[in-house]
Design a protein around this ligand. Structure first.
Ligand code: HEM
Length: 201
């Protein structure tokens, strides 16, 4: 069962639902961005190979990424309730569960219209257009583009030990990590669209 996401079981994680925005770019244009990111079918295969390795580790990965965020006040501030100044734990936990699901969907590497639309939605949910809406939260209204984009490195670099746990050769682990890098850059490129001046994307 590694090719079906289960949005109904996960509040707010809803690829394919009517509330999700439609991507302003086409699947053909997505192919061009994939080419710009040096992403090919072999990378998709290596992402899929990482699925089995990561499927029971997604929550651990989210914890590791959260630990990085927690070390930096300019990042942890995005989950604080503006009314109390305290971290909104319910919000953080809800977002964390969707984040873990994202790990699996990234590893599935299925680039259809539903996936493309959801990438736009994820960008909007970091941007002031939709941040806080899914969870009806009262945290900072917007994540700065500089933090969103730069955090790509904090996502991929710590993944190596998790990918190594699958027992694959170092060469295969490197190939999976390269595929994750390319996919992360591809996705953060798509997520940046709401941040870019109209006509400039
Ligand atoms: C490039 C790296 C990043 C990745 C892969 C990532 C991934 C995700 C994912 C998958 C979601 C859930 C989307 C959904 O609702 O289905 C999400 C939401 C969120 N992320 Fe990120 N994120 C990144 C960068 C950041 C940074 C730097 C911060 C701030 C420290 C951040 C804070 C948040 C918050 C607060 C939400 C909830 C937004 C909302 O109100 O709906 N993210 N992120």
């Amino acid at each position: 069962m590694n090719n079906e996401s289960q949005p109904t079981l996960l509040p707010g994680y809803n690829p394919g639902s009517p509330e999700v925005a439609c991507s302003p770019i086409s699947l053909d244009e997505l192919e061009q961005i994939k080419a710009s990111a040096y992403f090919n079918d072999e990378d998709a295969s290596f992402l899929r190979l990482s699925y089995d390795v990561l499927k029971d580790q997604a929550e651990e990965l989210v914890k590791a990424w959260r630990a990085i965020i927690a070390q930096h006040p300019h990042l942890s501030v995005y989950s604080k309730d503006l009314r109390t100044g305290e971290t909104d734990n319910e919000y953080s936990e809800g977002v964390g569960r969707r984040f873990a699901q994202w790990v699996l969907d990234t590893a599935r590497a299925e680039y259809d219209q539903k996936w493309l639309d959801y990438q736009y939605e994820i960008g909007l949910r970091h941007h002031r257009t939709k941040k806080n809406q899914t969870d009806r939260a009262h945290t900072a209204p917007h994540i700065r583009a500089r933090d969103l984009i730069a955090f790509s490195a904090a996502i991929v670099v710590p993944m190596r030990p998790y990918l190594e746990k699958g027992g694959h050769s170092p060469e295969m682990v490197n190939r999976m990590l390269d595929a994750w890098w390319k996919s992360m850059i591809l996705q953060v490129t798509l997520w940046s669209q709401p941040y870019v001046n109209p006509g400039d994307f």
